[in-house]
Ligand binder design. Structure first.
Ligand SMILES: [Zn+2]
Length: 70
């Protein structure tokens, strides 16, 4: 699979959001509402990150077509 620093950066953002979601599940917050709100924020973040990753990958395969990626 072709990857570049940009791919890795975007994947790290995705993984970070996943990590935050898991951490939040185990975190005690003053209200349930706050927990749900924060979870939704990270879920949005995660969705955005994976979308960015796929968008980038599409450009990426055009840009690097025929070129062996390191
Ligand atoms: Zn890339």
């Amino acid at each position: 699979m072709d990857t570049c620093p940009e791919c890795q950066k975007r994947l790290r953002e995705y993984e970070r959001a996943i990590g935050e979601i898991y951490a939040l599940v185990d975190t005690r917050l003053p209200t349930r509402w706050e927990k749900i709100t924060r979870l939704r924020q990270w879920q949005d973040e995660r969705d955005r990150a994976i979308e960015n990753y796929y968008l980038h990958k599409r450009l990426h395969s055009i840009r690097y077509r025929g070129v062996k990626a390191a």
